[in-house]
Design a protein around this ligand. Structure first.
Ligand code: ADE
Ligand code: ZN
Length: 363
C-alpha cells in the first residue's frame, strides 16, 4: 500500500506479470512445513543459524549482499519441493493470491527444471504439478466472476550449470512435446550472471528458434549492458529479463527503444540484491523518458518480501509517476505479453475502463 493519491488506480489496474520464479514464491513458513512433510532436512543451525526458524530465515533474507548470496538460499529452499502436489500448491497459492491481492490478469511464470531434475524429481512431476495449480487458480478466478486469469509457464535454463546440462534439459522438455502442446510457452535463461555471457547458450537457443519456440533471457541484472546485446543478437530473444544495466549504455538504450523490446523489470529485487542502492536508483525515469518499454514484476517475492502490488506501490512512492505514465506502463505490459491478440484486447479494454472510472478523482 502506498500513500499516493493514485493508489486506488494502481490497485485496480489489471496486471500482467512476466517475471516471477515460482520457486521464489516459497515462503519460509511453507519451506519449513514442506521440509517436515517430505522429510527433507534443512541445513543445520550450526551450519547456518538462519535456518533456526522461519522468522530467522526471513531476517536473513532482508540482508542479501548479491545475486549469488540470494541464489544459495533460493536453491537450498526449493529442495523441499518433491511431489506434484507441492508444485501445484505453490503455483495455485501464488496465482490465486495475486489475482486477489494485486488484480493479476495474466502471468508468465518461470521455473527451474534443472534444479529439480538434478535431485531426482522428474519433469512430469514438476510440469504436471504446475499445470494443475494453474488450472485450479484459473477455475477459481473464473468462478469468482468479473475477470479471467491466464497463465503461461516458461522453463529457465540455469547459467551456473554446464551448457551440456542445459541442452539435455531442453531436449527432454522438447521430447515430451511440452512446447508443441502449449504446456510451456517459451524458453528462458537465468541464475548467476557475471562471467557467464549469453553466447554460451547460442546453440540451444538457435534450436529453439528453429522450432518456433519463444525466447527470453535474464541479462543486464548484474552483468554488463553487452550481455543485453548478446541476448538480443546471439540468443534472438524477444524480451530481456531485468535489463536495468542497459541504462549505462546510450546505444543499447536507443536500440531497446527503437526495437520496442520489453524489459521485465523487478524493482525491489534490484534493491534487495544490491544492484540498486535504493529504489530511486532503478532506472524507471530513464526508461520512461527514452521510450524503453518495461513491465513491473516481483521476481522472487517470498525472498524479497515485496509481492506484485508492493512493487507497483514502491515505484509510485519513489517516482511519483502521473496517470499517463502508468497508462503507458500498463499498455506496454500487455503488448509485451505472450498471450493471444484476443486476450490482449480484453486486458487493454479493462485498462481503458479503469482509467475512465478513476478520472473524476484524478490528480
Ligand atoms: N533466479 C531466481 N531469481 C533470479 C534472479 N533475480 N536473477 C537470476 N536468476 C534468478
Ligand atoms: Zn529473475
Amino acid at each position: 500500500m502506498c500513500l499516493s493519491p493514485l493508489h486506488p488506480l494502481l490497485l485496480r489496474l489489471p496486471k500482467c506479470e512476466h517475471h516471477i520464479h515460482i520457486e521464489g514464491s516459497l515462503t519460509p513458513s511453507l519451506l519449513f512445513s514442506l521440509s517436515a512433510k517430505n522429510s527433507i532436512p534443512l541445513p543445520s543451525v550450526s551450519e547456518d543459524p538462519a535456518f533456526a526458524s522461519p522468522e530467522a530465515l526471513n531476517e536473513r533474507y532482508a540482508r542479501f549482499s548479491s545475486l549469488d548470496d540470494f541464489l544459495a538460499y533460493y536453491y537450498a529452499g526449493m529442495r523441499v519441493l518433491v511431489t506434484a502436489r507441492d508444485f501445484s500448491e505453490l503455483a495455485y497459492e501464488y496465482l490465486a493470491g495475486q489475482a486477489r491481492d494485486a488484480n493479476l490478469w495474466h502471468a508468465e511464470v518461470f521455473f527451474d527444471p534443472q534444479a529439480h531434475l538434478e535431485r531426482g524429481v522428474d519433469i512430469e512431476t514438476v510440469v504436471g504439478g504446475l499445470l494443475d495449480g494453474k488450472r485450479r487458480a484459473e477455475e477459481e478466478v473464473a468462478k469468482s466472476g468479473g475477470k479471467r486469469l491466464t497463465v503461461l509457464f516458461i522453463p529457465c535454463l540455469l547459467r551456473h550449470l554446464s551448457v551440456d546440462d542445459s541442452a539435455a534439459c531442453f531436449e527432454l522438455m522438447r521430447g515430451k512435446g511440452y512446447f508443441a502442446d502449449g504446456s510451456l510457452a517459451g524458453l528462458g535463461l537465468c541464475s548467476s550472471e557475471v562471467a557467464r555471457p549469453p553466447g554460451n547458450w547460442a546453440g540451444i537457443f538457435a534450436d529453439a528458434r528453429r522450432e518456433g519456440i519463444r525466447r527470453t533471457a535474464h541479462a543486464g541484472e548484474e552483468g554488463p549492458p553487452g550481455y543485453v546485446v548478446g541476448a538480443l543478437d546471439v540468443l534472438g530473444v524477444e524480451r530481456i529479463d531485468h535489463g536495468v544495466r542497459a541504462v549505462e549504455d546510450e546505444g543499447v538504450m536507443e536500440r531497446l527503444s527503437r526495437e520496442g523490446v520489453l524489459l521485465t523489470v523487478c524493482p525491489m529485487s534490484n534493491v534487495r540484491l544490491k544492484g540498486a542502492e535504493r529504489i530511486e536508483h532503478v532506472p524507471i525515469r530513464e526508461f520512461l523518458d527514452r521510450g524503453v518499454r518495461f513491465s513491473i514484476n516481483s521476481d522472487d517475492p517470498a525472498y524479497f518480501e515485496h509481492w506484485l502490488q508492493d512493487n507497483y506501490c514502491a515505484v509510485q512512492e519513489a517516482f511519483g509517476l502521473g496517470r499517463e505514465e502508468w497508462k503507458t506502463i500498463a499498455r506496454n505490459s500487455v503488448e509485451g505479453s505472450w498471450c493471444g491478440e484476443e486476450r490482449k484486447r480484453e486486458i487493454l479494454e479493462e485498462i481503458e475502463e479503469v482509467f475512465r472510472e478513476t478520472e473524476v478523482s484524478a490528480v
